[in-house]
Design a protein around this ligand. Structure first.
Ligand SMILES: *[C@@H]1O[C@H](CO)[C@@H](O)[C@H](O)[C@H]1NC(C)=O
Ligand SMILES: *[C@@H]1O[C@H](CO)[C@@H](O)[C@H](O)[C@H]1NC(C)=O
Ligand SMILES: *[C@@H]1O[C@H](CO)[C@@H](O)[C@H](O)[C@H]1NC(C)=O
Length: 529
């Protein structure tokens, strides 16, 4: 069966894609993991002959394209510096990793809300940098773009798409309680079996969990709608006519969602929502020699890979010592990606690196476990290569991701702030020595790989589809033009209930009239008699 995989793939690719003319692709700027997972997609588009123009801000942590001759780069100026962005991220991390745990629910939400407003101000500096710069806008207008890649977390891509009249594709992992997908994408997500991201539930819920799920959706909607007002005002001012963020986002031709059924639970789908989770994963490449030697030195015990992702660079001395002490108690060799100060008690089996080839390490046959903050990208690399996980989630969707992995039997997860060395040792021993974890993650891995087209090719297909067809309006549901009571047919129900009431009224009046007549007649008769 596996004689000529390359030939098969090639045939499949030709069958699926057919011929495509090269097109012009525009990309809205993003940061961090959003940018990291977009890159393999952009590089594939470049390989397929498209001209990929990326809007690159003057201040950025991750969008370093200086050496990438293949991209067309359109620089724009931001009113803030790289230091400001770092400070903002530090503030988020400080909240998520330290402060949050000493707050009550109300304080937590108020602080979160304040941080979110700061984020919005930060995101709007991208908008100003592009949309309010006559020179950048002139360059954008000069070129005819065929498709525009936009991320809903970084607003104004949809506004620029409106201004330039270019079809656009959203790429997204999640919004809290699916508010963006539900309200702006019109995708159905009944809270009775599609709990929102952020509430740490899965599809099967008891009565009280469903209560929590519904309340979470409702409160998140209120929060989201009030936060979107900031963008609505910006969009309205810019266009000089009433416009809203959600309405413009709703014009997206395709939504590329960064998960799949290995990770998600089944839910209703619209034809323009395409699930391409794990598109950044690829088979492991050979490791650099020094890393390979360290891997081989682990013998039959194998290795453990530990990373807290792209944002968390350092930990407190106390936390890093606890983690180092746990690693010292396991027989495996440990690869730890860490930029902070070296812990005092680092054991000989543990090595710290500024950077690790995470995908290649996870794909190594000697890898036994992945200790992760639970970001979607890392979780997908673990699913792709079938590596059981120990999660130490910290913020955003990370806890929900680990809840999914735990429910599917592929992970154990711990609380970052309260975990002690023994907890981490026990968790590692569990996922490494109990074969059910490996079996579960291998099952997810099989689901991940068993699909007609690889997620990266599928994402490319849909982007080219939008270019070929000049949009994908024929896949957009008509509910975008309905308001909430029309959507739920409440106006129709009111109409039908009114008719029913009227009919009842007429029947009752008629009956009472007849009864009165019937009853009266004998009276008249008796009078006359
Ligand atoms: C690609 O885009 C750049 C600028 O964004 C432009 O100068 C160039 O002509 C484009 N190339 C093609 C082949 O369209
Ligand atoms: C950015 O600002 C610098 C310095 O003020 C200026 O020279 C440059 O032309 C600006 N770039 C754009 C794209 O506006
Ligand atoms: C990490 O490093 C930054 C800058 O060096 C510092 O401001 C921050 O407090 C450190 N965080 C922790 C948790 O030690």
């Amino acid at each position: 069966m596996k004689l000529q995989p390359n030939l098969l793939l090639l045939t499949a690719a030709v069958l699926v894609f057919g011929d495509v003319d090269a097109g012009n692709v525009l990309v809205w700027p993003t940061e961090g993991s959003h940018w990291i997972t977009l890159k393999p997609l952009l590089e594939t588009l470049i390989d397929r002959g498209h001209n990929v123009t990326v809007l690159v801000p003057s201040a950025t942590l991750f969008m370093d394209l200086r050496d990438s001759a293949h991209y067309s780069i359109l620089h724009f100026n931001m009113s803030i510096s790289k230091k400001d962005i770092l400070d903002l991220f530090e503030e988020h991390l400080k909240f998520a990793m330290h402060e949050m745990h000493h707050m009550n629910v109300v304080q937590k939400h108020i602080t979160f809300y304040k941080l979110f407003s700061k984020n919005q101000d930060f995101f709007l500096t991208y908008c100003d940098g592009v949309l309010k710069s006559p020179s950048v806008m002139a360059k954008l207008r000069q070129q005819k773009f065929n498709v525009f890649l936009v991320d809903p977390v970084y607003p104004c891509g949809e506004l620029l798409a409106e201004v330039l009249a270019v079809p656009f594709v959203m790429t997204q992992r999640f919004s809290y309680a699916h508010t963006v997908e539900r309200w702006c994408g019109q995708t159905p997500a009944p809270p009775s079996y599609v709990p929102g991201v952020g509430i740490e539930l899965i599809d099967k819920m008891g009565f009280f969990e469903r209560v929590v799920s519904l309340l979470f959706s409702l409160t998140q909607d209120i929060v989201a709608v009030s936060q979107w007002k900031t963008y609505d005002t910006y969009f309205t001012d810019y266009l000089g006519r009433p416009a809203s963020y959600c309405e413009l986002m709703g014009k997206a031709d395709i939504w590329l969602i960064r998960t799949y059924w290995d990770f998600e639970y089944p839910r209703p789908l619209l034809p323009n929502f395409i699930y391409v989770g794990g598109l950044h994963c690829s088979p492991a490449k050979p490791l650099p020699q020094d890393l390979e030697e360290f891997v081989q030195s682990s013998g039959d015990d194998g290795i453990v890979v530990f990373s807290l992702g792209s944002f968390i660079r350092n930990l407190t001395k106390e936390r890093s010592n606890v983690i180092a002490s746990a690693f010292g108690q396991i027989p495996q060799k440990v690869f730890w990606k860490y930029l902070g100060e070296k812990p005092d008690n680092l054991a000989p089996n543990t090595r710290i690196y500024d950077w690790i080839p995470q995908n290649d390490l996870l794909g190594h046959p000697k890898t036994r476990a992945f200790v992760t903050h639970g970001g979607t990208n890392g979780v997908y690399e673990a699913i792709y290569h079938g590596v059981p996980m120990v999660g130490i989630p910290i913020f955003a969707d990370q806890t929900d991701n680990m809840v999914h992995m735990k429910a599917k039997g592929a992970a154990v997860f711990l609380n970052f702030n309260s975990l002690q060395a023994q907890d981490l040792v026990d968790a590692l021993k569990t996922v490494i020595n109990d074969p059910s974890y490996k079996e579960s993650v291998m099952r997810l891995s099989r689901i991940h790989h068993d699909r007609p087209v690889k997620p990266l090719d599928e994402a490319v297909f849909w982007i080219e589809y939008v270019m070929r067809n000049k949009g994908a309006g024929h896949l957009r549901v008509a509910s975008h033009s309905l308001n909430w009571y029309q959507y739920h047919s409440l106006d129709v129900l009111v109409f039908l209930i009114s008719i029913l009431a009227l009919v009842f009224y007429i029947i009752i009046r008629t009956c009472s009239f007849l009864i009165r007549r019937c009853c009266r007649t004998p009276k008249h008769k008796s009078k006359r008699e």
